[in-house]
Design a binder for this molecule. Sequence first.
Ligand code: TYD
Length: 207
Amino acid sequence: MPTPNFPGLLIVFEGIDGTGKSTQARMIADWLREEGHRVVVSREPTDGPFGTRLRESASKGRLSPEDELQLFHQDRREHVETLIEPALEAGEIVLLDRYYFSTMAYQGARGFDPAEIRRLNEEFAPIPDLLILLDVPLATALDRIGVRDGDPNEFEQREALHHCREIFHALPDDFVRRIDASQPIDAVHREVRAAVTPLLARTPHRG
Ligand code: TYD
């Protein structure tokens, strides 16, 4: 689907676990609101029924890769229909903590073709105006999420996140802005602000 001409702005935060996406999304949301913009912050998996099942399955034992992929897509369809598109149509700034690039990376690491995942998603999910890719070295990410050498599934987690990180790095688009998220939180925030600021001039979302 070509990006519709929504009056709003879609800004997505992506990166492997431990890169600080939620913190940065919250900080930029606070700043945008102080500047007078109307902002909606959301995340995937969502807190809706499909997203809740995905979160529960992560703690209770995993779904099959096929069922998991299907649930991520159902969750996203619902997210697009009920929150993302209405907010964009109303001229708001939508900030997302994860989106279909996470499906490319994580389900790609489980064996699906990232390009095919992207194609399927872009049939129904609006393409972002800006994708902020927060990047830290793998060792930093593992340390931040508490994976230690010798943990029972340390090897699998390391391999999976390594693969995800490579898929994120291979995203070729001009709407991707990669930021070194191993810097202090405020330094990362300043770079996020610098990436977001040029988009604000052409949009009418002041509240
Ligand atoms: P995460 O943002 O880490 O949630 P929280 O910190 O609140 O637990 O997301 C949970 C996990 O879901 C994360 O490991 C990445 C994974 N995920 C996918 O595998 N595919 C997807 O499409 C999305 C959106 C997330």
